[in-house]
Design a protein around this ligand. Structure first.
Ligand code: GTP
Ligand code: MG
Length: 375
């Protein structure tokens, strides 16, 4: 039988397994690090560390998806909404030029004016156009988009669909259209590779019209832009069209609310511990804020923007990298800021415990199945 043992509990409580074994010994329970423990023993131990079982942390505050949603709703009612930059995902068929476009856009960035600024690789970045900003999620492709959606993370406001003018509509073009449509996200068509010898943009337009992407000249309302990601031709126009589409969507957020957002990517850094690239969606995230991110918690220690510069605050649609979490969250995890660190910790620990419990149930389930298999 695969129950929770002293090692699991140690990980959960951030203690050495040996300490757990010792503590249990003091409580009159003889065990080693690998031996499964029963529920009563676990509760006894948890109480010893000041963690009460489920009832203590009310379901409402450990359900951060719910807290997140509440802030989203609150924003709609808020009288202090301000317009926010659009969040854009680039999609399209293999080799149609997504990465080239992202690189081109990144180059358009103001970073060269910021002498000495080392551009850091984070999961999203912002491009300045005149005095406005556009946030690009730096993971081209459909997997990231559908993974986010599957986990209830709706972070994208606009999809830029890249279609090569010399290749036309291909299977992944159609897949991208389907993804964007089922998410209710407007599509801007970027007909790319206009510089290529075989470029045939009117053929591409005809093909796309079969999927109900109809340009304005044909009485539709889809924005089409002909570009070359390679030469940079008309990329500026594409950016302008993204801003135009953003205006139509009237994207707003309340920067004064409690900060919430979504994890784009996360990893363990050797020197800095857990590092998460997050996108702020409501409110303003500040250094020192107590935070719960997925099943992890902490205080925002260092916050870095997409240019690799330290910042103290992050406003809506701004991607930042944060450190200070107790563990590595998952991409598409939501985050919520709490009033105090104690609550954030309690909620984070509760969530980690719930996750572990779920995992444990799964393992037990598998064990049972295996048992039947051998009979
Ligand atoms: P995957 O990541 O494999 O799906 O491809 P991608 O969509 O990111 O395409 P990528 O940017 O890697 O470009 C594929 C090829 O097309 C590369 O050889 C690019 O140099 C070329 N390419 C991209 N944009 C243009 C363009 O505007 N004109 C021309 N002529 N070639 C381009
Ligand atoms: Mg690519």
């Amino acid at each position: 039988e695969e129950g929770m043992n002293a090692q699991d509990l140690g990980k959960l409580l951030h203690r050495e397994p040996a300490e757990i074994v010792k503590k249990l010994f003091m409580l009159g329970v003889m065990t080693n690090q690998n031996q499964s423990l029963d529920k009563d023993t676990i509760e006894l131990l948890a109480a010893e560390y000041g963690i009460e079982s489920k009832e203590k942390v009310h379901e409402d505050i450990s359900d951060i998806d719910n807290l997140y949603q509440k802030e989203v709703e609150a924003s709609k009612e808020s009288k202090h909404q301000e317009s926010r930059p659009p969040v854009v995902t680039i999609m399209g068929h293999v080799d149609h030029g997504k990465t080239t476009l992202l690189d081109r856009l990144r180059h358009t960035n103001v970073s060269e004016h910021e002498a000495g600024g080392i551009t850091q690789k984070i999961g999203a970045y912002q491009v300045r156009v005149d005095d406005r900003l556009i946030t690009f999620l730096d993971t081209p492709g459909h997997a990231a988009f559908s993974n986010m959606r599957a986990r209830g993370a709706e972070v994208t406001d606009i999809v830029v669909l890249v279609v090569a003018a010399d290749d036309g509509v291909m299977p992944q073009t159609i897949e991208a259209i389907d993804h964007a449509k089922s998410a209710g996200v407007p599509i801007i068509v970027a007909i790319n590779k206009m510089d290529a010898p075989g470029a045939n943009p009117s053929h591409v337009t005809e093909q796309l019209m079969k999927y109900n992407l109809i340009p304005e000249d044909y009485g539709g309302d889809t924005i089409f832009v002909k570009i070359s990601a390679k030469t940079g031709d008309n990329v500026e126009e594409l950016l302008q069209m993204i801003l135009l589409q953003a205006d139509v969507l009237e994207l707003k957020a309340d920067p004064h609310q409690k900060a919430i957002g979504t994890v784009v990517e996360a990893r363990l850094s050797r020197g800095r511990g857990p590092v998460a690239d997050i996108l702020v969606q409501q409110g303003t995230l500040e250094v020192g804020d107590p935070i719960v991110v997925g099943n992890t918690f902490g205080r925002v220690r260092v916050m870095t923007n997409d240019k690799g510069r330290r910042v103290k605050k992050a406003t809506p649609s701004m991607p930042v990298e944060i450190t200070g979490l107790n563990d590595v969250p998952e991409s598409a995890d939501k985050f919520v800021v709490f009033e105090d660190e104690k609550t954030a910790r309690a909620v984070g620990e509760q969530r980690a415990q719930n996750a572990l419990q779920k995992q444990r149930e799964k393992v037990q389930h598998v064990t049972l199945d295996n048992l039947f298999d051998t009979m």
